[in-house]
Write a protein of this length. Structure first.
Lengths: 335, 382
């Protein structure tokens, strides 16, 4: 019933969209006809329609982008200088609060840990796996299996990993894999996700598990794109496998490694679901995105503080944004 | 394969890839196996023991003396240790807590007062005595039993019928499908304009789209929540509707959609469009009849991305659809279960698997397009 309504609405929406593009196109041709007119008038009308039409094509997208992305950025900055309800200007008080807030500093510290560890390890594993799987006949099957976690939601992944980190008191049988291994080697079982500081790394493992497949797919394509001649030349010069990999192949794909690294970095800044589902920021595992979500709803919600945390996340992203834009314009410059 | 590649190094490669694959698949396999296990076994033993027969130690008390029957001049108490446990194998037994596994099945143990205890491998036992047995308490029998693996879909039945997962499944579909289709159409037209229609400001617009690719979603939440509340109050409609979340997902997905599709369309050969234009086709005709069909691979890969992302999303759904009982999507439901029934592994594992099964199906059937889309988006021009 509900699904049927959704599909109906969807069809109506798509039809309305299509109708918009079709109708505006028709109206434009009707107001400024270019067929059946004499030379000068026709070419003038053609010029006008050619100037207007791109904007008709772009209008819905521009509208959505403005409402859902550009306006919120501006509004968030504005809100961050206002109080919890967003009515009264409070100057930099939210930022002041933030700097002195222990939880915020904890989150910043943790976020930097995440930023250091997750992109580095995901890219590293991705690169190693890409290089290894390219040499064996069942490489594609292996790749599919390692890529698979990408399809799993962060929450689903959290449940999966909760099962790995599960803790039972010493003496009773462990049902968490990690503790079972520790006990088998004669160690003491630990409640992993409640160990301050180290629990960050146990949460990071989940994201690395998800993201390695992404890094692997892209780096594998890049490795295959390396010209054969460079490798052959190195072989003739007597280079061994390690030298070929690290001195010949890796330098040639630095650009792709950088793309993978930055893409995962952005994702890390936004990571929220994993922390929410695993610890909800307890045991000193808080991160910025979860802290912000917390302040949106905590005690009825403090939009000023929430927005100021969002602004901090945005500021952290800006260098990557600029780097991306410069790359993209460099490439499309020739087009 | 030439002989030199069959070196120890090749074996090392095979082994290390195998190890990595195991590392990466084991967590998911654990979830799947756990969700199919009996809920009593699930809570007491690790999932990796599920396939092996598990051995456990237990003790039962034989029926008391009043249940004895006289047979051939002897007095006998008989029964089965494994009664009501659905099978198993006795591997050892005993009659005192100090030596609970002294005897093998089939052997006869001499009890203290002239009674003899025999236990068979299938669990049946007999206590035989020459004289009439006395005492109100039955003999304690200690045993070690191997229980065969048991798999069941009970957990799924329980979850689907009770925990609200069914409703959430529908909610997730209701959110994900329109949120995937709507942005494609909007983005396709915009991408065409950015790729093939010359107009002033095109380069800047493209740069803006690339910039918006990385805007953190978190930025948008508070302003949009306010906006939705305002719009809802103004028109007297609820602020949290499916329409709202479809449009939100559309907005958030557009930068990637435009960027992917523009990259793809810009790579299409110019001659096709020019010859169509010479034949008198308008931009609209060219777009619908030539560009759209040719761009199918790019459209497909974006559709997969967007579907996975909207299905797996938690944040947007909680904020724009709310966390009410009727409106929870699957991811939200799972977070709730984690909090409220974190100890009920059978519910948690089955729900988690139901949550991830749709994306996994999409992933395995359409992986080709997914990879292609990733490459188009990241290794530009690749």
């Amino acid at each position: 019933m509900q699904l049927a309504a959704a599909i109906l609405t969807m069809i109506a929406g798509v039809a309305a969209c299509a109708a918009y593009f079709w109708a505006t196109s028709l109206i434009l041709d009707w107001i400024f006809p270019s067929k059946g007119l004499s030379g000068a008038a026709a070419s003038r009308n053609l010029r006008i329609t050619n100037a207007i039409r791109p904007w008709l094509f772009l209008a819905p997208a521009l509208f959505a982008l403005t409402i859902y992305l550009i306006y919120p950025v501006v509004q968030s900055v504005w809100l961050s200088f206002h109080d919890r309800g967003g009515q009264n200007f409070v100057g930099a008080r939210n930022y002041n609060w933030m700097i002195n807030d222990g939880e915020f500093r904890q989150s910043i510290f943790n976020n930097f840990l995440w930023l250091l560890v997750v992109p580095a390890l995901s890219t590293f594993f991705g690169l190693i796996i890409a290089a290894l799987t390219d040499r064996i006949w069942w490489g594609n099957i292996a790749k599919t299996l390692i890529f698979m976690p990408m399809a799993i939601s962060f929450v689903g992944a959290a449940v999966i990993w909760k099962f790995i980190y599960d803790y039972r008191a010493a003496g009773s049988e462990q049902i968490g894999l990690l503790n079972a291994i520790v006990v088998a080697f004669g160690g003491e079982p630990q409640a992993w996700i409640t160990l301050p500081f180290w629990n960050n790394f146990f949460l990071m493992v989940i994201l690395i598990w998800i993201q390695t497949g992404f890094a692997m797919v892209i780096l594998s394509a890049a490795l295959r794109g390396i010209p054969e001649e460079t490798i052959e030349a190195a072989v003739i010069d007597g280079a061994n496998g390690w030298q070929i990999f690290f001195k010949i192949m890796v330098p040639q794909i630095w650009g792709t490694i950088a793309v993978v690294w930055t893409t995962i970095t952005i994702l890390v800044l936004k990571v929220f679901d994993i922390v929410l589902a695993m610890t909800n920021g307890q045991w000193q595992s808080q991160v910025l995105a979860n802290l912000m979500f917390d302040w949106m709803f905590r005690g009825g919600g403090d939009f000023g503080r929430g927005a100021s945390i969002a602004v901090v996340i945005m500021v952290l992203v800006i260098p990557i944004m600029i780097w991306n834009i410069r790359n993209a314009t460099k490439e499309s410059g020739g087009h | 394969m030439n002989p030199s590649t069959r070196s120890p190094l090749t074996w090392a490669v095979h082994l290390s890839v195998l190890l990595l694959v195991l590392l990466w698949t084991m967590p998911t396999a654990g979830l799947l196996i756990s969700s199919l296990r009996d809920k009593d076994q699930l809570a007491v033993s690790g999932w990796w023991t599920a396939l092996a027969t598990s051995s456990r130690n237990d003790v039962v008390r034989a029926p008391s003396a009043e249940h004895q029957v006289e047979r051939d001049g002897k007095f006998v108490i008989a029964g089965n240790l494994l009664e009501g446990q659905g099978g198993g194998q006795i591997s050892a037994f005993g009659f005192s807590s100090r030596e609970p596994a002294t005897f093998k099945p089939g052997e006869t143990a001499e009890l203290n007062d002239g009674e003899r205890l025999t236990v068979q491998a299938d669990g049946s036992f007999e206590i035989v005595s020459d004289k009439k047995m006395e005492g109100s308490r039955g003999q304690r029998i200690f045993y070690t039993a191997a229980t065969p693996p048991r798999f069941t879909i009970d957990n799924y039945v329980e979850v689907l019928s009770a925990a609200g997962i069914g409703t959430s499944f529908l909610n997730s579909l209701t959110v994900a499908i329109p949120s995937t289709v709507i942005p494609i159409l909007i983005a396709a037209f915009a991408a065409y304009a950015l790729a093939w229609m010359p107009f002033p400001g095109r380069a800047i617009l493209l740069a803006v789209v690339v910039g918006l690719l990385v805007v953190p979603l978190q930025m948008s939440l508070i302003p949009l929540l306010q906006l939705y509340n305002g719009v809802g109050a103004f028109f007297g409609v609820p602020a949290k509707t499916y329409m709202g979340i479809w449009l939100a997902h559309t907005g958030f997905g557009l930068p990637l959609a435009i960027y992917l599709l523009r990259n793809y369309m810009a790579g299409l050969p110019r001659e096709i469009m020019e010859s169509a234009r010479v034949d008198g086709a308008s931009d609209f005709d060219i777009f619908v009849k030539i560009i759209m069909p040719l761009s199918f691979p790019a459209l497909a890969s974006f559709a997969i991305f967007q579907f996975l992302w909207t299905w797996n999303d938690l944040l947007v759904a909680i904020v724009f659809l709310g966390a009410g009982e009727d409106s929870l999507v699957l991811t939200g439901r799972l977070v709730n279960l984690l909090g409220s029934r974190g100890g009920n592994w059978e519910i948690l594992t089955a729900s988690a698997f139901i949550t991830i099964v749709v994306p996994l199906i999409v992933f395995f059937t359409l992986q080709r397009y997914l990879v292609r889309g990733l490459l188009a988006g990241s290794v530009k021009g690749g």
